[in-house]
Design a protein around this ligand. Structure first.
Ligand code: FAD
Ligand code: PHB
Length: 405
């Protein structure tokens, strides 16, 4: 129901979703499919969210989830399945056919395409998204109905009254900060490592995901589409972009990715660069009264294992089931269990990411007496075991490809 006065709009719905990222949109579609009334409010414009290039690797179980619900058309048409990755270290290549160990595959399909597909589906089925409407206030979490206040660029105010709020607004969003600090515990870890994340309009030199462990630091080559490649270069966490000219980037990538002689890198326009700080944060519990956090709003994870978007979609699935159950039966049991269901997976994934950080960086320990040569030997043994020991490789493959555990 919508009352429109001059500058104030008032809406009433069952579930209000803050944020049109992967978590918010998967949740919106799952609720919509079951006839649960919901709206999405989003701070940015549609054009902005549809072009925000971030993740690219979709886990096996998320691929299955998107397929099960009929959200995978674009991914099935344009995504690329991956079953082998390559590590480079000490002049050697280590091919890891992880897909063979677990009979499963990853999909490479850029996050902005997933967001485009999900938005298009939700809106074409009658779903409402208020773009350019940042949520600025949350009230009534302890009462029968909660209210979100959003502003808009036209100076109007939107009030959304609802039974439940899904906080899918990312790590910098309003929702996580609306939970009293006395009711949550925050776990966090800083690794003291940065990645310069680069997007280049070039095909990658190989179709595989490449992790190069070099004396000068890690370098990654992650294909996105036939014409776009994401590169990563390890750097200090507070490094300045002004230190990274395009020439320096290509020269550093060439050096760190080289194995036997020069890396055959195809150079071209660099269209985006930013410094990412390797850190992880988990909030427990992920809910407070009528507010449920999903995805980056509840936890962030370093990009090392490519897990953030996958965790976000997995939370959305759990939350959708809990809300659907409640609206069908009036039974709150799954809502009460929400955090307990999500957190074990979040922590298993954090553990994997922590292991992988140590595998691909020689200075990931907080130990002040870092001995890079010692770490380097350990990294070599880990890579050899990944190639030679089936059980070790299988354990890696299960976590890396993302099997339901
Ligand atoms: P977001 O995608 O951040 O969406 C939150 C939305 O909420 C945004 O649209 C935001 O505009 C909106 N919002 C914020 N505040 C408000 C407000 N007050 N009111 C209304 N709306 C608001 N993950 C992977 O799984 N695989 C990868 O390969 C991978 N690679 C990455 C590479 C890079 C360079 C980066 C930066 C991240 C990568 N990630 C990866 C992480 C992944 O992108 C995030 O974990 C994922 O976007 C989280 O989804 P989300 O829906 O929780 O949050
Ligand atoms: C990415 O595609 O950005 C990516 C892929 C694999 C990783 C990390 C990042 O391990």
């Amino acid at each position: 129901m919508m009352n429109s006065r001059s500058l104030l709009k008032h809406i009433s719905t069952q579930a209000a979703i803050v944020g049109a990222g992967p978590a918010g949109l998967v949740l919106a579609l799952l609720l919509q499919k079951e006839g649960i009334d919901c709206v999405v409010v989003e701070r940015q414009s549609r054009a902005y969210v549809e072009s925000r290039a971030r993740a690219g690797l979709i886990e096996h179980q998320i691929v299955e989830l998107l397929r099960k619900h009929g959200f995978s058309e674009g991914m099935d048409l344009n995504g690329v399945p991956h079953t082998t990755c390559e590590f480079r270290h000490g002049g050697r290549r280590y091919m890891i056919p992880y897909g063979d160990h677990v009979h499963a595959s990853h999909f490479v399909y850029p996050q902005q395409f997933i967001v485009q597909d999900l938005l298009q589906l939700f809106i074409s089925r009658g779903g409402i998204v208020f773009f350019s409407h940042p949520a600025v206030k949350i009230e009534g979490l302890e009462s029968d109905r909660a209210v979100i206040t959003c502003t808009s660029s036209e100076n109007s105010v939107l009030k959304v009254e609802c039974d439940f709020i899904a906080g899918c607004d990312g790590f910098q969003g309003l929702c996580r900060s609306s939970i009293p600090s006395t009711d949550t515990k925050i776990f966090s870890k800083q690794y003291g490592i940065g990645w310069l994340a680069i997007l280049a309009e070039v095909p990658s030199s190989t179709k595989k995901l490449v992790y190069a462990l070099h004396k000068s630091g890690f370098a990654g080559q992650m294909p996105r589409t036939s014409q776009i490649t994401r590169y990563y270069l390890e750097c200090p966490p507070n490094d300045q972009l002004s230190n990274w000219s395009d020439d320096r980037i290509w020269s550093e990538l060439g050096k760190r990715l080289a194995v036997d002689g020069d890396e055959n890198l195809i150079q071209g326009p660099i269209v985006e660069k930013r410094v990412l700080n390797m850190r992880s944060v988990v909030m427990e519990p992920m809910q407070y009264k009528r507010l449920f956090l999903a995805g980056d709003a509840a936890h962030i994870i370093t990009p090392v294992g490519a897990k953030g978007m996958n965790l976000a979609i997995s939370d959305a699935d759990v939350l959708a089931n809990a809300l659907i159950h409640y609206f069908r039966s009036g039974d709150e049991v799954l809502l009460r269990e929400y955090s307990h269901v999500c957190l074990p997976r979040v922590w298993k994934t954090q553990e994997f990411s922590d292991w992988m950080i140590r595998l691909i960086h020689s200075n990931a320990d907080s130990d002040q007496n870092k001995d890079k040569d010692f770490s380097d030997r350990l990294r070599q043994v880990r890579l050899e075991r990944l190639q030679q020991t089936d059980t070790y490789a299988k354990l890696f493959a299960e976590s890396y490809v993302g099997l339901k555990q």
